[in-house]
Design a protein around this ligand. Structure first.
Ligand code: THU
Length: 143
């Protein structure tokens, strides 16, 4: 857990956030133990901005990994104390695509010692699940 949070904290340094100055790092642990990291990447036209969590997920999925255990998130205004950063709705929806909401853990980290663990189902209780279109289990995530 501490190692995962440490990776998320380190990734804050990679954040490209010249507009919000809010730096977010994420570290996603796959079922096989691999860790995929991400940071937020902003755009002058705003809507192309990608959150740290999605960066980590898209890196993992593009590398062939689709089964995940937990994600640690560290965020805060540059130069200020870190604050518990909850994923946005878009990122939660991406998590729901690939993770079992009852078991997947979202770690809201202030430091390696101070953090809160939430299940995805708590953060997105009524999310639109991949089975919603009668698509079965497209990502192989055991729904
Ligand atoms: N952001 C993330 O990367 N993850 C979150 O969980 C919340 C928000 C980013 C998006 C944007 O670059 C900045 O933080 C301010 O919203």
């Amino acid at each position: 857990m501490e190692e995962l949070i440490q990776s998320a904290i380190q990734m804050q340094d990679r954040a490209y956030c010249p507009y919000s100055h809010f730096a977010v790092g994420a570290a996603l642990q796959a079922e096989n133990g691999n860790i995929y990291t991400g940071c937020n990447i902003e755009s002058i036209s705003f809507s192309p901005t990608c959150c740290a969590e999605r960066t980590a997920f898209f890196k993992a999925v593009s590398e062939g990994t689709r089964r995940f255990r937990r994600i640690a998130i560290a965020g805060g205004k540059k130069g200020e104390k870190r604050e518990k950063t909850t994923p946005c709705g878009v990122c939660l929806q991406v998590m729901l695509e690939f993770c079992d909401p009852e078991t997947f853990e979202v770690i809201l980290a202030v430091s390696e010692k101070e953090y809160e663990v939430r299940r995805l189902a708590e953060l997105l209780p009524y999310g639109f699940r991949p089975t919603g279109l009668g698509a079965g289990d497209p990502a192989g995530n055991r729904y």
